[in-house]
Design a protein around this ligand. Structure first.
Ligand SMILES: [Zn+2]
Length: 173
C-alpha cells in the first residue's frame, strides 16, 4: 500500500454545524480552546472521508470531548449523560468521554494527529471508549482506519515512538 496522505474534505464551519468541533461545542471547562489537541482534532475531522464522516455524525451526541488544560490536573467535573451502557440485562446512564491528555501538547504534531485520528476512529467504528483499551482487534481496527483516512505516515511515526509490547500486526501497512 502506498503512503496515503490526508486531504481536506470539508470546512471548519461544517464541523461546527455537525456538532463535532470540540472547541465550539461545549462548555469551555471541558476543552482548552485553541490548544494543539483541538487543532489536531479539527484537521482529522476535516479529512475523514464522507462515508465514515456520516457514521461519526450519527454518533455526535454520544460522546463528550474532554481536552483539559494543565491546570485541571486530573480533576474531573460533571459530564452530561450521553449513552446507556449495557450491563448484563440492564443499562445504566453514562458519559462517554473522548479524553485527550495535556501531555499531547508537548509531543510532535504528527504523534498528536495519529492519536487523535485513532481515538476518533474508535468512535466511528462504534467502539465503547472505556479507559485504556486492551481489545487488540479494536486497537488494530482503529489504527487501520486512521491510516485509511490518510494518516498513515503519522500512525507509523506513533508506532516508531511507542514501541510497546508486541507490535506485530498492530498496523497493517
Ligand atoms: Zn485505541
Amino acid at each position: 500500500m502506498q503512503n496515503q496522505t490526508a486531504r481536506l474534505q470539508r470546512s471548519e464551519r461544517q464541523l461546527w454545524k455537525d456538532s463535532l468541533r470540540p472547541d465550539l461545542r461545549q462548555k469551555t471547562n471541558y476543552v482548552d480552546v485553541g490548544c494543539i489537541r483541538c487543532m489536531a482534532a479539527v484537521i482529522v475531522l476535516r479529512c475523514i472521508p464522507e462515508d465514515d464522516y456520516a457514521k461519526l455524525k450519527a454518533v455526535a451526541t454520544s460522546f463528550v470531548w474532554f481536552i483539559p488544560n494543565d491546570r485541571v490536573q486530573g480533576a474531573v467535573g460533571t459530564f452530561p449523560i450521553t449513552v446507556q451502557e449495557r450491563r448484563g440485562k440492564s443499562t445504566r446512564p453514562c458519559a462517554q468521554i473522548l479524553y485527550l491528555s495535556p501531555s499531547l501538547e508537548d509531543m510532535d504534531f504528527e504523534i498528536t494527529l495519529a492519536l487523535v485520528a485513532h481515538e476518533i476512529a474508535h468512535l466511528t467504528l462504534g467502539h465503547v471508549l472505556s479507559g485504556k483499551s486492551t481489545n487488540k482487534v479494536h486497537e488494530d481496527a482503529a489504527w487501520n482506519l486512521a491510516c485509511r483516512w490518510g494518516f498513515e505516515r503519522e500512525v507509523k511515526r506513533w508506532h516508531a515512538v511507542f514501541r510497546e509490547g508486541d507490535r506485530d500486526g498492530q498496523v497493517a501497512y
